[in-house]
Design a binder for this molecule. Structure first.
Ligand SMILES: [Zn+2]
Length: 489
């Protein structure tokens, strides 16, 4: 690479950063940067193009258009198992094409298809010491369609682990351990845990979703819970079955091929699925009648993030200075277990991903003010540090996750890639502790602060430019320090 280019690239980067700094000073395209004549000639073009670039490539008008459509009633809350989500995928693919992205081998027409299985419990009977346990005191989480267990172990095709959770035991912890083990477990749960039992019972009753992978059958397992004061099971007989429905879902993936470091990938991602439609039961009229359905538009969660990656793609496609390859992925199935990103992760070489910028809920201002953003897992790689070094000259910064107790590092798609060692973090501006709209029907376009969202997207464009042009390379995350997913639920 010739010097000038370096200079201009470097210059471009710092100019763009300057352009952003101006953001806080409202419109600034006529600011004199006081550069020397020689540079000024070069930079005037750069300045003109760069300064205006970010104002032209990431606009309030366009992000509003994108987020408004994604969060529109027309898409009915983008539920994974509906046709509506396919319309959302078509829209994102159309936008990726418009901004100039190309397709990946694993995603013809920008669609990366994968299959999931929904396993919905059907019948369950449990007898302990010859006593039948009534169904309202039973619950099962199963990835198997059929199972039959007897206290006479020879009759079981797989070992059955008998577990007692006593009144002083930590139910959540015990179940998590069984979930991490996989296999088959019969749990006798002390009645003191009734309240938590009810919560698990209704969660498990919805059924489980599993990614269809080659070795899906080996994995998985069954947990059967009986709420009982029986403390010793001398004999038992358990029979259960479930219905399996296969469904095809899609991620939407587009690429901006790199130049000098094309084999290194910077991944920008968000999830485009949400909660869909929930019939609300109106019991005021004393008759349990169906009232008009209520749509979970998911404007903030995560139509805002999807709009961000579309417009970041537009920005970098216009800039055309990405030394590294940029990948833009809109995942499905984040709300039901992150199956989109799990499938995606089987189609990339983790070591080739330099960093993952997962954008999650940036539609409303953070606690640090309009246009500010925070990231999860800042202590797990030095990406945050590096981004802040790039931003420091302009008194801008990416903050650390202000809600560490909420475990947010694990609550979005970044965790899947972090488990593979990628410096994968979510960037957000949500005030989760105060957000009245989170997973509510009121999370619609009217609840968003679009100028703040615009600033966040511009901030992310500026902050990640050193990643894009190859001037920074963050440290890897230690996969051993990232908790695994459960094998059953
Ligand atoms: Zn979300």
């Amino acid at each position: 690479m010739t010097k000038k280019r370096l200079k201009s690239v470097a210059l471009a980067t710092s100019l763009t950063l300057l352009a952003l700094a101006c953001l806080s000073l409202s419109s600034c395209s006529n600011i004199d940067l006081g550069l020397d004549s020689e540079t000024s000639n070069a930079t005037v073009d750069d300045k003109k193009s760069t300064a205006t670039t970010i104002d032209n490539t990431i606009t309030l008008e366009q992000i509003t258009e994108d987020v408004s459509y994604l969060a529109s009633d027309e898409l009915k809350g983008r539920d994974n198992f509906t046709l509506d989500i396919r319309h959302a995928a078509d829209f994102i693919a159309k936008r990726f094409n418009e901004v100039g992205l190309t397709t990946a081998k694993s995603a013809p027409n920008f669609k990366q298809q994968y299959s999931v299985q929904r396993i919905t419990p059907n019948t369950l009977t449990v007898e302990i010491n010859g006593q039948a346990i009534s169904s309202e005191l039973l619950s099962m989480a199963t990835t198997k369609t059929e199972f039959s267990w007897h206290s006479n172990a020879q009759e079981n095709n797989q070992p059955v682990n008998m577990v007692m959770i006593g009144e002083d035991d930590n139910m959540r912890k015990s179940l998590r351990e069984l979930n991490n083990q996989g296999g088959q477990h019969l749990v006798l749960l002390h009645p003191k845990h009734e309240e938590s039992f009810k919560r698990y019972q209704s969660y498990f009753a919805q059924g489980l979703t599993k990614l269809v992978t080659k070795n899906a059958t080996e994995q998985g397992g069954v947990i059967v819970m009986a709420l009982t004061d029986i403390s010793k099971a001398k004999t038992f007989s358990v029979k259960g079955n479930a219905t399996v429905t296969d469904t095809t879902l899609s991620n939407v993936v587009g690429i901006l091929p790199g130049k000098s470091r094309a084999n290194e990938v910077v991944l920008y991602s968000a999830h485009y699925d949400h909660l869909g439609i929930k019939p609300s039961i109106d019991d005021t009229s004393n008759s349990q009648s169906q009232t008009p359905t209520e749509i979970y538009n998911g404007a903030d969660d995560d139509a805002s993030g999807v709009s961000a990656i579309i417009n970041l793609a537009n920005h970098f496609a216009q800039m055309g200075n990405n030394e590294r390859t940029l990948m833009f992925a809109a995942f499905s199935a984040e709300e039901i277990g992150g199956f989109g990103s799990r499938h995606f992760s089987t189609h990339v070489e983790p070591t080739s991903i330099t960093a993952m910028i997962n954008i999650e809920m940036i539609g409303k201002p953070a606690m640090f003010g309009d246009g500010t953003v925070w990231m999860t897992g800042m202590d797990r790689s030095n990406l945050g540090e590096q981004l802040n070094q790039a931003l420091a000259p302009q008194n801008l910064k990416v903050y650390a996750d202000p809600y560490p107790k909420q475990n947010l590092f694990y609550r979005s798609d970044n965790a899947t890639l972090a488990r593979l060692g990628v410096p994968a973090h979510s960037f957000s501006s949500t005030q989760l502790d105060k957000d009245q709209h989170y997973h509510q029907v009121t999370d619609d376009i009217n609840s968003l602060n679009l100028p703040s969202m615009l600033q966040v997207i511009k901030m992310l464009a500026i902050a990640t430019t050193p990643l894009v042009d190859g001037s920074i390379t963050p440290s890897r995350i230690d996969p051993n320090k990232v908790k695994r997913n459960g094998l059953i639920y």
